[in-house]
Design a protein around this ligand. Structure first.
Ligand code: PRP
Length: 208
């Protein structure tokens, strides 16, 4: 059986932190690598292959089994509800999901408009509170929505809070914690159990 481990990694800022963690966990990975354009990296020394995906697409690769494991944000996992095992909280890229809007505004409309990249998370949040809202799905630059009158609130990731601040918005409700998680395809988890359990054990020691 091919025992190679395919790992779906998020391209961009999370990649470096996750890659560092794997090195710290003792994986023999090149310390300098130009990954600016490459989408697949073979590491023969470890019989590992990385595929570099958009963060939001990592759970898709893992659910479909083209990646055995992956690193995905809890925000994406909550939003997509894919059939993957969540194995470990890596406690990197920590941030939270919050609602935000223009300062000193109250939601007194019948169905206030909520702009978000996370329509499922936002719907579930307001439904649980018994509040009826209209969800407006956007793909990015969410902070624009209240500024130009598209929405009354946004539901989005807040990390340093800088983006809100620079766009004159304030946080209203803290919705949930977010960090990067190690996830696995259920069949891979069974078939490559020894390798995956070993990797989890080693990474666990590096979680800060
Ligand atoms: C995310 C998020 C906020 C920002 C928060 O956007 O959607 O806009 O980061 O970070 P901060 O609190 O540290 O300012 P991202 O950079 O992913 O870009 P996007 O607007 O395309 O979603």
């Amino acid at each position: 059986m091919n025992n190679q481990l395919t790992i779906a990694m998020p391209k961009g800022r999370i990649f470096e932190e996750a890659y560092e963690m794997l090195i710290e966990a003792g994986f023999d990975l090149p310390t300098t690598m130009d990954i600016s354009r490459k989408l697949m990296l073979e590491i023969p020394e470890e019989n590992i292959r990385f595929i570099l995906a958009k963060p939001m697409d990592v759970p898709t690769y893992v659910e479909h089994g083209v990646a055995d494991i992956g690193i995905a944000g809890k925000d994406t996992l909550l939003e997509q509800q894919r059939k993957v095992h969540e194995l470990l909280d890596l406690k990197i890229s920590t941030c939270h999901i919050a609602s935000a809007g223009l300062p000193n505004t109250v939601l007194d409309e019948i169905a206030p408009r909520i702009a978000t990249k996370y329509p499922n998370v936002a719907s579930a949040y307001y439904r649980e509170r018994g509040e009826q809202v209209e969800i407006i799905g956007l793909n990015g630059s969410i902070e624009l929505a209240p500024m130009i009158g598209l929405a009354d609130r946004i539901v989005d990731i807040v990390s340093t809070g800088q983006t809100l601040k620079e766009n004159g918005l304030v946080e209203y409700e803290y919705i949930t914690d977010v960090s990067s998680r190690l996830i696995a395809n259920p069949a891979s988890y069974r078939m490559k159990n020894e390798r995956i359990v070993d990797l989890v054990k080693r990474l666990k020691k590096c979680v800060k």
